[in-house]
Design a protein around this ligand. Sequence first.
Ligand code: 1HE
Length: 254
Amino acid sequence: MGSDLKIEVDGAIAVLTLNRPDKRNAMSDGLLAEIDGFFQAPPEGVRVAVITGAGGHFCAGLDLSEHVSRDAEATMHHSRGWHDVMDRVQSGGLPVVSALTGAVIGGGLELATSTHVRIAEPGCIFQLPEGRRGIFVGGGATVRVGRILGADRMTEMMLTGRKYGTDDAVALGLAHYGVGAGEALPRALEIAAQIAQNAALSNYMMIQGVARIHDMSRSDGLFVESLCAALAQTSPDAVEGLAAFLDKRAPSFR
Ligand code: 1HE
C-alpha cells in the first residue's frame, strides 16, 4: 500500500488513516483507490474497520487540484467510481467506525456518512461547500446526507454553504457521538472492539439489512426483515448468545 492510506491491523480491528495532512487529507484518486483496495479484500481476521485522518483533519473532500481537468464524461465516471467505493465502505461486509476531527467537508462528509458509527471531536467542520466552488456533490451525499438530514435541510446546507460544528452535527445525526479533544480515536477503538465481539452474522445483517430495508416498500422491508431474522436466529451464534444470556455469562461467538 502507498503512503496516502496508513493501514494498521491489531487483531480484529484495522485502523485506516487518511494520510495527506499537507492537503488536509483531500481525496485524490490514488487515496480513493487505496480505500477501495482495503475494503475489496480486508486482511484475514479483521472484523471492524476504523477510519480517521492524520494531522487534525478527517478529510477536506475531493482533491480540487485533480478535478479541474475532467470533462463531463470523465466526471460522470469519476462520480460513479466514488459511489462504488462509498458503497463498499458501507456495505462491503465490515462495520466501519469513523473518528472525526477538523474538516469533514464535501467528499469527506460523503465518506463519513458511509461509515456506520461516527465520533466527532470539538471543532469539526461539517460542510457541503460545492455550491461555493461551482460544482455539485458526486460521492453519494444526496442519498446518504440527504437521508440523515432530509432533502430540505440538505438543500439549505448546500445553498448557504453553512458549516455545522460538532454539537449541531450530533444533534442532526451527522455524527453519533461528540467527545473531547483527542478522544475520537480512542473512543472509536473502544466501540470497534465492542462491535467486533458481536456475532459476525448479526453485524452483517445490521450493516447490510437496515439501510437496504430503508430503501424498500413497507411490505418488502418487513418481509426482508423476517428473512434476516430467520438466518440470524437459526445460526450457531444465536444458540450460543441465548444460552449465554440464560447462563448469566458472556457469549463466546465464532
Ligand atoms: C486542498 C483541499 C482540497 C485543502 N483539494 N487541496 N473541498 C473543499 O472545498 C474544502 C477546501 N478546503 C478548505 O476549506 C480548507 O483547506 C480547510 C478548512 C479544510 C483547512 O483550512 P486550513 O487553513 O487549515 O488549510 P489550507 O491552507 O486551506 O490548505 C492547506 C493545503 O491543503 C493547501 O495546499 P498548499 O499547497 O497551498 O499548501 C490547500 O490547497 C490544500 N487543500 N483542501 C485540494 N479539497 C465526489 S464529489 C465531492 C465534491 C467535494 O468534495 S467539493 C469540496 C471540496
